[in-house]
Design a protein around this ligand. Structure first.
Ligand code: CA
Length: 231
């Protein structure tokens, strides 16, 4: 279930968005201002942030600027929400790294469609929902995974873990980071949980030879090789 963080000070809009997201099968975390959003971001990694521009403490722009400078959080997609239709503001938001922009008032179906489009781009999936590296291919719509012509059967945790790694190839993640990003909802998981899932994942990928794409980086964590790095 995609997790969306909404940063918005107007309660009626929060209620409308919460309703629209729950109908679309998404979970919403909500913050009324930037400090609250920072508090949530300290422990959760949303799949996308809906960020209002005009907020009471700091503006949404300030948060966006910080996110884009932060190594761990710069990849989180952001859709700016604003009442300001001025072209100049829009250009500024996009320059700062917003992924899209919605002008208020917007309709729930429009919002959900924009979120889905940005999420598809963010995972690196193409229009058919496919993400791949080398012989390893995941379809994020049908949840099917293939290594070459071998179908790979994965449990839900290993699927989420592989999807995360496939969406960020070539980047090393520590066990702690993977716990935050992949196991965000689980109750106090331990770091060895990650090792257990990596072992299961490699075993499932072994028949087609894709297990070697997942490399252990000593003292650092795990990385999924880009196809050009060889496997
Ligand atoms: Ca506002």
């Amino acid at each position: 279930m995609p997790v969306i963080l909404l940063v918005e000070d107007e309660a009626p809009i929060r209620d409308m968005v919460r309703f629209a997201l729950s109908r679309a099968g998404m979970e919403m975390l909500d913050a009324g201002d930037v400090p609250q959003a920072e508090q949530i971001l300290a422990t959760r990694r949303p799949d996308l942030i809906l960020l209002d521009w005009m907020l009471p403490e700091e503006s949404g722009m300030e948060l966006l600027r910080r996110l884009r400078r932060d190594e761990d959080r710069k990849d989180i997609p952001v859709i700016m929400l604003t009442a300001m239709a001025e072209e100049e503001q829009k250009v500024r938001g996009l320059e700062l790294g917003a992924d899209d922009y919605i002008t208020k008032p917007f309709s729930p179906p429009e919002l959900v469609a924009r979120i889905k489009a940005v999420l598809r781009r963010a995972t690196g999936a193409d229009a058919s929902g496919q993400i791949s590296t080398g012989a390893l291919v995941m379809n994020t719509i049908t949840h099917e995974v293939y290594c070459g012509d071998k179908r790979v059967e994965l449990g839900p945790t290993e699927y989420r873990l592989l999807k995360f790694l496939l969406s960020h190839p070539g980047r090393v993640y520590s066990r702690g980071q993977l716990l935050d990003y992949v196991w965000a909802d689980a109750y106090a998981p331990e770091e060895r949980t990650v090792d257990v899932s990596i072992r299961r994942l490699r075993k499932a990928l072994e028949p087609g030879g894709c297990d070697s794409l997942i490399r252990t980086v000593r003292g650092a964590g795990y990385v999924l090789s880009r196809s050009k790095d060889g496997a």
